[in-house]
Design a protein around this ligand. Structure first.
Ligand code: C2E
Ligand code: CA
Ligand code: CA
Length: 470
């Protein structure tokens, strides 16, 4: 083959190869570009989900936190984190529906936008919860700005003709130290807002260290409670109940006290609400039941003819399916007959879940324990309870005893006692402090009296002496 023809063919092959190479290369480049574009779109989409709130179209909570962190890097002054929500927003949703609820959320967002100054920002978190970062010079100036916000919300128009007063609740955390973790700042603004929960007279609150102290107080108690139970720091005091006519002791109520190693005594008000929250109360109630059963058995064996002692039962016990079995076993193991133990259950606890609690109350009743209704008369359906719950006695709440002398109270107390007696239910008056109260209760046949007028809660030792001399 001549050289020229060879060269020509070679050139053609090279040319074709080049074209093919360029084609493949551009396809690869195109492919990479396509992948890059898809990724970019996906990134944008993810960023939108993470940083753009679906309802308001504004920032999300995540974006808010990032923005606050960035601002705090430069150690700015005069900043505050605000936590905002609407008092009773649930009701609004229930009345008008979720779509209208979303409109309210958008309205709050735009209202915040309207009062916003440069470098300030805010975000919708969830439900009716918002966070905002505000600059402020002093509390008065901040208040003036918040008042504008408040007034706008109070004038919210659901439609052209219908107004609805939205009331914001605002918790404010003034940032004094920018190094504090933002989650804590958020938490503090939350605590401040919660401190005015359900209050109608005030719509904003600043975080103050007492909230933190309360948290600290709670966490100290929580760290000590189990040890305290083991070390027998929870002690039982007994407050005698007197028969009204003869003024003889007919029973007693077990009331717990926390005697710490350092000699201080803590009263129930300062730890029971926390124990209700962290559910430790069920352990404590079981312990008090055990202590009282043992003491009663001892007094029985000593021939002291003990009177029944009532134990306060938190409503949380009823949510443990084995509760009756456990309490009965404790009694049986100690060898005490059930008539020496009574249980006090508050009226509000029963009304909270009446059908469910009645089943357990029936079991206790059938085992021979007496059931007393504590704080009777303050619940909303006291009559329903009298109709449906098997009880031996009701303890008329101290608030009724306090207002004896007032004509309406006197009539209510008088007729409640008669009504209870006609249903074969005894009545115990709680918190009797004066002779006047005692005389009135005696005149209208109240069965027993408990209160400072006769005796404060006393130690087991003092109570034992009284039993000995009875
Ligand atoms: P409660 O069951 O209504 O007990 C009556 C409270 O009123 C007791 O307060 C008692 O000391 C007080 N009190 C009695 N008579 C008078 C009076 O004449 N005047 C005044 N001002 N107060 C009187 P305490 O011992 O501080 O107990 C407070 C609450 O703590 C109790 O209210 C009860 O709900 C709860 N509690 C106490 N011990 C226990 C327990 O072992 N378990 C559970 N679950 N709760 C308990
Ligand atoms: Ca009680
Ligand atoms: Ca009571």
């Amino acid at each position: 083959v001549p050289v020229e023809i060879m060269d020509k063919m070679m050139n053609e092959v090279i040319e074709k190869g080049n074209v093919l190479f360029i084609k493949i290369l551009s396809m690869i480049v195109l492919l990479f570009m396509l992948i890059f574009m898809i990724q970019l779109k996906r990134k944008k989409e993810l960023a939108r989900i993470a940083y753009v709130d679906e309802i308001t179209g504004g920032d999300t909570y995540a974006k808010f936190c990032i923005s606050v962190r960035k601002i705090l890097e430069n150690n700015p002054e005069n900043l505050a984190i605000l936590n905002i929500n609407i008092d009773g927003f649930k009701f609004f949703n229930n009345i008008f529906g979720y779509e209208e609820g979303d409109k309210v959320i958008r309205f709050i967002w735009t209202t915040l936008n309207d009062i916003k100054q440069t470098k300030e920002f805010h975000a919708h978190h969830y439900a009716d919860n918002f966070y905002a970062l505000f600059y402020f010079e002093d509390k008065k100036q901040l208040f003036d700005r918040l008042l504008i916000f408040y007034k706008k919300l109070q004038n919210y128009a659901v439609s052209d003709t219908k107004k609805y007063m939205l009331t914001p609740h605002i918790g404010i955390y003034e940032i004094k130290n920018p190094d504090i973790d933002i989650n804590n700042m958020i938490n503090y603004s939350n605590l401040a807002r919660k401190s005015i929960k359900e209050r109608k007279d005030i719509f904003y609150a600043f975080f103050d260290n007492t909230f933190e102290n309360k948290q600290l107080h709670d966490s100290i108690i929580e760290s000590q409670m189990r040890d305290a139970l083991e070390k027998e720091e929870f002690v039982v005091y007994l407050q005698p109940k007197y028969n009204t006519l003869e003024q003889k002791i007919v029973g007693a109520e077990a009331l717990v006290r926390w005697k710490k190693e350092d000699g201080t005594t803590i009263v129930p008000m300062n730890f029971i609400p926390l124990f209700e929250k962290n559910r430790f109360i069920t352990e404590l109630d079981k312990y008090i039941h055990t202590v009282v059963c043992k003491k009663q058995k001892l007094w029985l064996d000593m021939g002291l003819n003990p009177v029944p002692i009532s134990i306060n039962l938190s409503r949380l016990n009823f949510y443990n399916p084995n509760f009756v079995k456990i309490f009965k076993e404790i009694l049986d193991n100690i060898g005490l007959p059930p008539q020496y133990i009574q249980f006090e259950i508050t009226e509000t606890a029963i009304l909270e879940n009446i059908d469910f609690l009645n089943k357990t109350i029936d079991q206790l009743y059938n085992l021979g324990f007496k059931i007393l209704i504590d704080d009777f008369g303050v619940g909303y359906s006291s009559m329903m309870l009298l109709r449906d719950t098997r009880i031996h006695a009701l303890k008329l709440d101290k608030s009724f005893i306090d207002s004896i002398g007032d004509m309406r109270t006197d009539k209510i107390v008088y007729h409640t006692i008669n009504l209870a007696h006609s249903l074969k239910i005894e009545v115990i008056a709680e918190g009797v402090e004066t002779e006047e109260q005692y005389k009135f209760l005696k005149a209208i046949n109240c069965d027993s009296i408990q209160g400072y007028y006769f005796s404060k809660p006393i130690t087991e030792f003092v109570f034992e002496k009284i039993l000995m001399n009875k």
